[in-house]
Each structure stands twice: as C-alpha cells, then as structure tokens.
Design a protein around this ligand. Sequence first.
Ligand SMILES: *Cc1c(COP(=O)(O)O)cnc(C)c1O
Length: 432
Amino acid sequence: MQYYSINNRNTRVDFKTAALGGQAPDGGLYFPEHIPSWEKGFVTDLKRLNKTEIGFRIMKPYVGGSMKDEELFNVMAETLDFEFPLQKIHDNIYSLELFHGPTLAFKDLGARFLSRCLGIFSQQHDAQTNILVATSGDTGGAVADAFHGVRGTTVFILYPSGKVSPVQEKQLTTHGGNIHAFEVEGDFDDCQRMVKEAFRDQELMKMASFTSSNSINIARWLSQQVYYALAYAQWDEEQIPVVSVPSGNFGNICAGLTARRSGLPIEHFIAACNANNAFTDFIKTGTFNQKSSIATYSNAMDVGAPSNFIRILELFQHEYHSIKKVVSSQSISDEETLQTIKTVFKDYQYILDPHSAVAYTSLEKYLQLHEGKKGILLGTAHPIKFPDTVENAIGKTLEPPPSVMKILTLEKKSISITADYQHFKKNLQKFL
Ligand SMILES: *Cc1c(COP(=O)(O)O)cnc(C)c1O
C-alpha cells in the first residue's frame, strides 16, 4: 500500500515512511491510495477468530511490505493484550469499553501499535527514533506507557505544569528509562508551540531523527479500525448496529468509517461532540468553519479545528451528501452530560465517564427518532480519570482500580523548563 499526501497526490510513500514521518513534508496528512475490501467470509468469521488474527488481517494490507507477517502478528498480539468488552447497558444501548488498557483510555491501542511499529523500523535501520509529543493529559500517558522499554526509541513529553490531573502526571513522569518528561511553566498551547518549533528547527532536525506521535500518524489512526471489528464480533442482536463515537480530533470515527468502507456492517455513525460543534454545524449546513476551542467536562474533545476532518472528506471524495447519509452529529452541553451520567447510573447502575456520556446522549437522541434500531457507544475513558465530574453526578466516591493506586505511590521525575524554546532545546540536546 502506498500513501499520498492530501496536499499533493503525487507525493507517495510506503507505510514505514509515513509512520516514521508522521506528516508529509508538505504539511499534508497521509491517506491510503485505496481502501481495501475485506475478503468474503471475513465478517462472518469475526465471531470465531481471535483478536490478534482479526487485527492482523485488517492491518496487513495497510502495512504491506514494511515488515514481515510474523512481525506484524507479534505487534498485534502485544497491542491487543487487554480486554475490549461489549457491555450491555440496556436493551437498545451497549458500551464498547475501550478503557481496560494500561492508561485506561482508548488511545492505548493506537499508541501501542505505533510504538511497536517504530521499534521494528528503528531496528531495521539500526537507528534511534526520537518522539516529541505535547500533551494536555491523556495522549502523553498513553504514549509514555506504549513506548516505555521499546528498543530504538526515546520519548520526550512536554506537559503544562499544574494543569494535568495527579493520575495523569504520574502516568507521564514515573516511567524513567527511555521516557523523559518536560514540565513546562506554561499552558498546553506553549507545549504545542515548542514542539512545532522543534520540527521547524533545521539544526535540531539534523542532529537526530525525530517524529511525532499525535493522532494524525497513520499507524495510530488506522489501527483503531480493529476495535470496531471486535465490537461486531461480540454483537448478537439482529439489527445492524448504529455506532456513536465521542469525537474531538475525529481520528477515531474516521477509522470506523474506513472499516465500514472495507465491509464492516455498521448501519450509521454518530459523531458525538460536546460544545465544540464545528462538525455538527458542517453536517447541518454543508459548510465547515473551524472555531476556537471551548473548555468542557469532556476535555479530550475540546477541539475547535479537528485535524482528521480532512480525511473524512477524502474518504467520501469531498461529497457532502454521501457523508450525510452515513454520519450524523449531535452537540451535547455540559448540563446534559452531567444529567446523563446521573440518570444512567440511577437507572442501570452503569457509570459513564464524561466522554462516553456525550456519546450515550447522542445515541439516545438518534434512537428516539429511529424506532427499532440498536446501538453501540464507544467508551473512550475509564470514569476514574475524571473523578470530579463523575462523583458530582452520581453522588458517591469512585473506587480507583489497583493500577491507579499503584501509580500514585511512584516517584515523579520531570525536568522543569520555562516556556522558552531555547531553554527547551538546550535541555533536549543533553539527551541526543
Ligand atoms: C482523545 C479522546 C477522544 C477524542 O478522540 P478523537 O479520535 O480525537 O476524536 C475522546 N475521548 C477520550 C477519552 C479521549 O482521550
């Protein structure tokens, strides 16, 4: 499989180059030159195949000649080494729980797949790959955990001091080894700005090989297709499911749409958004206007200009009416989010995190208008990651799982820097 840059279809590279580069040199996102159709029988076989086999078959056409089959198989086995249960909430709504991985967020899957791929590519060239990532909380933890101990990789995380939760901070700063955490006196935008500046710094780029691990990387994006198939493998209802996806940068839902194009039976998608509603407006009007982000309870979705929107356009040949047939969208307020967490706990004893609650509310609204249909929401985070909102809604204290108890006792190790690029660079160079 070749990948082209959305900015220029003539730029074509293989999986390895695209995964190592992150973004195309012209600044465009990479996109596969075609979407493979799954072979006949794969969908019916989903129920009897194990998850590694499912993941391997989905990703093989994308990874192509960039690694050996047995390497890809091992990458998949390690990536999927936790549970993806489909939990029934009530007769019409199920939750695909994607938060049983090491950092309790769905980003674990994509980050683990990416880290193992980059590990293999570094060894093929006997070269060191450095990963730079700015985080507002969740991404950094998933990336740190995924890359920890992966040979040939070194990770540098920038996070805003005092602006991530205690659990998130420990997830970023307690690994040691090949993971280095820079604690920045500033906010997330400062962290992001310094990472962007580093990638533009020719002197630095010549010193070592750097890549980024954010959600625009094809290895992270495309591997997310696997859990949509794992959901269908557990689906026992007659109706083809409607799927509701809590969306911020739209990498997750775009992976689901890609799996559907390959042949996965999904009736309809709902892009579940919080007050950041640029996509909801697009579905309503056909016009896309990016906005500045608004802070909400579901803060991992506080994105005003979703970077994977362009990939959704590309997947549907920029035809608004084709998109609208398959995808609808809802924008859910903080009040509704809180109310949903409360009601679902009271009625069904099921605890939603704020992101999953946005997806639940959106799905419920859709099902009210479409009688007889049933749906799945993607549970993207464990409620313990957002204790303030959830405890406030359900009126009781959450019990932290053992992994969280353990990480809170570990010692934080971070490098304090100011929000000045030169200060960051000087400290970074010490590790190169
Ligand atoms: C990142 C994140 C999202 C948004 O996913 P996108 O792929 O960016 O749309 C939703 N929920 C949680 C908990 C997240 O961490």
